[in-house]
Design a protein around this ligand. Sequence first.
Ligand code: MD3
Ligand code: FE
Length: 203
Amino acid sequence: RDVQLAPGAMLLAGFARPLEASLIEAVNAIVERAPFRHLVTPGGHRMSVAMTNCGRVGWVSDHTGYRYDAIDPESSHPWPQMPAVFADLAARAAAKAGFVDFRPDACLINRYKPGAKLSLHQDKDELDFNAPIVSVSLGLPATFLFGGLNRSDKTARYRLTHGDVVAWGGPSRLAYHGVMPLPDGEHPLLGAQRINLTFRKTR
Ligand code: MD3
Ligand code: FE
């Protein structure tokens, strides 16, 4: 089922399911070298979502601000390479949603344990807003909030479940969005957590 959530936002329900085992194995390999960590916002708040990255650059936040950095500040080493299974999935999903030649250079990996949430925000640290962001949800289901171009715009709620892939481009690229606190639960492959991959073209 392919559903347009909003102009430029296409949900490919279950698109990643055939790759679930390879994706989880790849996440585990990345996390061995670049463990999940709770970043601190420029305002001094510890994020409830734990994050890591793979790819040429990774998204980081600290007291100085947000940025894409080629070096993991925890290890002082480059981020793990983006596995082919990630890059291929992101490109195939983007193409199916109408975005040709999507070649992400960064993948932010978010880990939600029960109670973790992501406040309403825009993704605008990338240089090219013509490229979409492709998200892949794994593990426990979450309620995703999707608003408009102003923080105060009314938000719609969508349930994102294991294997769902969404391409967010065009007029949706700069929409405010967030994730409600993750309910308790147990996923057969991932246990009490949700993992979200977001593929980005940062330059
Ligand atoms: C709509 N992640 O990492 S994925 C993020 O579930 C982020 O972890 C959420 O927001 C998560 O920045 C949501 C869906 C998503 C990702 C990026 C978007 C929706 C988006 C960028 C623009 C518009
Ligand atoms: Fe986001």
